[in-house]
Design a protein around this ligand. Sequence first.
Ligand SMILES: [Cu+2]
Length: 138
Amino acid sequence: MKLAAIALTFVALSFPALSQERIAAPEGARVYIISPQNGATVSSPVQVVFGLEGMGVAPAGVEKEKTGHHHLIIDADLPSPNEPVPSDDNYRHFGGGQTQTTVELAPGSHTLQLILGDHNHVPHDPPVVSEKITITVQ
Ligand SMILES: [Cu+2]
């Protein structure tokens, strides 16, 4: 039993992402969508501009205090804060440190939300997330 606990501790220390270790977000850190505005009617492709206050942007893989990189959540809910943000059409990573993007969206209603991730793509503690906005693509 004790040996198993030691082994588990070793695994957790060896793989920080698996131990669900989360980096503290600085007080007052805020991420927000500068554009488009909530409720806007736009045409595709849609330019989405990311805003960040109280923290800096660093590329994925670069461990630097009070930084992170953007993830754009399209038509989906917030991911688990305890693991790396998923990577698919609904959860897009901007690990190069980008602060804007252009997305192709089908006509209709869509939601957009930002969540910051650390060098391991894991959300901070507490998670730095934007308001979820709804736009209409014509
Ligand atoms: Cu990421």
